[in-house]
Design a protein around this ligand. Sequence first.
Ligand SMILES: [Fe+2]
Length: 193
Amino acid sequence: MKTREQALELLHCYTQSTSLIKHALSVEGCMVWYARHFSVSEEEKTLWGMTGLLHDFDYERYPEPTNPGGHPFEGNRILAEEGYPEELRDAIMGHADYTGVVRGTLMAKVLFAVDELSGLITAAALVRPDRSLKNLEVSSIKKKMKDKAFARGCNREDIKKGAEELGIELDLHIANVLEALRALETEGILVLS
Ligand SMILES: [Fe+2]
C-alpha cells in the first residue's frame, strides 16, 4: 500500500500550479471527511484521501481529454506503473464522465460529488471581503451556483448529479463539503488568500 507522502510527492512531481495543488488538497480533505462520515476503515480512509490528492495530478501535463495523451488516461497509466490500486485508479477514471468508466464504488461517487463543488465553494470564499470560508453560508453558495457567470469552470450539472448519485440532498452535501473545507482552512492546510 502506498503512503500519503508518496502520493503527495507524485503530485508535486507533476504539478507546479499552486491553485491545482490547493484543489488537490481540498478534494483530499473532502474525501477524508466523507470517509469518516461513512465510517470506512482507517486503511480505506487513507485510500480515499490519496484518491482525492491524485485525481488531477496529470492534468497540468496532459490537460486534453484524449486517450492516449490526455487526462486522466495518462495519469491512470502512470498510477498503474507506480503500483497504485485499481480501486483508486477506477475512481479517478470515473470522475471524468468522458472516460466511460462507471463510478462503481462509494469512493468513486464521493470523488465525483466533491470535485466540482469544492472548486465552487473555494471560488465563493475568494470573492468575500475576508477571502475566507469562515463566514460563508450554504445559501450564498447556492446563489453562486445559480449565477452562471460565476466560476464558469465549475460544472453545475455535475454538482447536482454528484449529490444525486451519492443519495445526499444537495443542501446537505454543500454543507458537508463546506465543513470539510473549513476544517482544512482552520488547520492551515488550505490557505485561500
Ligand atoms: Fe478535480
